[in-house]
Design a protein around this ligand. Sequence first.
Ligand code: PMV
Length: 328
Amino acid sequence: MAHVAVAHPNIALAKYWGKRDRGRNVPAVPSLSVTLGGMTTTTRAEVADVDSLVVNQRPQSGRPVERASAMLDRLWREAGRDGPRPHAAIVSTNDFPTAAGLASSASAFAALAVAGDALLGTALGRERLSCLARQISASAGRSLFGGFVELPAGDAGAEHLPARPVAGVDHWDLRLVVAVTTEGEKDVGSTEGMNRTTETSPLYEAWVHSAPSIFARVKEAVLARDFDALTAPVEQSALVMHATALGADPGLVYWNGTTVEVIRAVRKLRAAGLPACFTIDAGPHVKVLVPAAYERAVTEEIGRVPGVLRTIAARPGEGARLITVAEE
Ligand code: PMV
């Protein structure tokens, strides 16, 4: 019997960067994201003799398989099951490019949590699945839910720390336009980047201190559907996060020249009366947030910025879910 789950990536409007507890992956700052429809990870799991993982038609070995096994182990332990856990053959496919800077780990572990839960019969429920996915990749904890989702900060050692929905998928008709600025993969992954920032950036304390109030402003603006009020804290969250990472030793420069040009273009559009704001993750692409009615105009302008290779548009989407339980 195969179990198939789907999940979508998410983009943080208030960023998570830095852990209080590395083992349990407890965030040092609260974050708020929007789950993105239209881009999907589909994960199929069935019982097998050993754990195996295929991602985008490529059989994996080493670390990726270990992380998938760790996810299944967590489900099994959380459900208090005795005896050896059944092994699983996992096949996962993304219908969006991994190099687009849309964290595929978030949708991957959210989909695996749901597919694994069905396969193992652990019936843990969305909150506990969010906790377990968060322990592997914090942003994955958010993709269990649809629409606008928050993940609180926690104390070191915190066990129960799920993400939670703050507003549903139909709450606000926003669009996210990704300006793709390179086809290459990023140099330093988010886990290594955050650890280096925490250990070496003299700005880290200031980030942890200021992030909660930036997060609160983002949340308030989202709940009020107030785009004007959203703009400043969304951009500040990304810029302070990157300033903190730039201050690490050696400094983490995730941007390229085009990243800066897109930032300037967004601010120019705003000065001309078009509502748009940007956010940037651990890579050089710029994600431009815009009310749906302005998607076309903003996409055209952003697509014209020299160095922008292409744009990808997304809208709020649903949380991770099971799609089939097929008898074979
Ligand atoms: O959850 P991770 O380890 O993929 O880290 C995500 C970090 C950012 O994308 C930069 C910010 C965020 O909150 O998603």
